[in-house]
Design a protein around this ligand. Structure first.
Ligand SMILES: C[S@@+](CC[C@H](N)C(=O)[O-])C[C@H]1O[C@@H](n2cnc3c(N)ncnc32)[C@H](O)[C@@H]1O
Length: 214
């Protein structure tokens, strides 16, 4: 309980330091967590490979890990070194210390910007929670095409955006580039892969989840 409060406090302080990167002052709600992780499933295939982008203090990570088995693998890519320390303690150390009979997956923690993360791996599930509305349309497109190319056939790529933020950003002109052509291209690309979408109002702030299928 004390750890949870300390972790939430750190998240809040990191939000104050760099809201553009952290995207929020508080971690996601359990409703958003349930919605975004709903397709992750280790029962139909083994092993399962999962990529989580922007794990923060591990709100989604804990839920995903509970759904995985010991031969599954989850890669966590998180840009913030302070969050990585927490993730390391919560998920890497505990996973290394597990007994043979426990069903925890292998956890790889990568302290990196997802835009410069290179891997030849393909994933069954990708869960992305970086604040996409704070990216330029060019970076947004580059990132999503990259993540889409890392999804296996039949794989699911889930992400969310805060409702209204995109409109606000445009209003405040925080995007450096207008990037209309990138925006149109990425919108079409998302539509062509859209599998399911869901609105989660019980979150600060309310969010729209999109699940894309490849
Ligand atoms: C809105 S928070 C979500 C945290 C957590 N998944 C949750 O839902 O509570 C966004 C997270 O993405 C991380 N992030 C932002 N930009 C990133 C990037 N380019 N590469 C990797 N992680 C990034 C932030 O540090 C932060 O932890």
């Amino acid at each position: 309980m004390i750890n949870k409060l300390q972790n939430n406090k750190l998240f809040f302080l990191e939000g104050i330091k760099n809201i553009k990167q952290t995207g929020s002052f508080i971690p996601s709600s359990s409703f958003l967590c349930d919605g975004i992780t709903k397709f992750v499933n280790s029962n139909c295939k083994s092993p399962v490979n999962v990529l989580e982008v922007g794990s923060g203090i591990g709100t989604f990570t804990g839920k995903i890990i509970k759904k995985l088995n010991s031969n599954d693998v989850i890669d966590l890519v998180e840009i913030n070194a302070n969050f990585c320390n927490i993730l390391h303690e919560k998920f890497v150390l505990s996973s290394a210390g597990q007994g043979e009979n426990k069903k925890k997956p292998n956890v790889n923690l990568i302290n990196s910007d997802i835009l410069s993360y290179e891997t030849s791996k393909q994933y069954d599930y990708i869960v992305c929670s970086i604040p996409i509305n704070n990216l330029s349309y060019k970076d947004f497109k580059e990132l999503f095409l990259k993540l889409g190319s890392k999804c296996l056939t039949g794989g699911i790529f889930s992400f969310y955006e805060y409702i209204g933020t995109s409109f606000l950003m445009k209003l405040l002109r925080l995007h450096k580039d207008k990037g209309n052509s990138h925006r149109e291209q990425i919108k079409k690309w998302i539509q062509s892969h859209l599998y399911e979408k869901e609105f989660v109002y019980l979150n600060i702030t309310p969010a729209k989840i999109c699940h894309l299928k490849f």
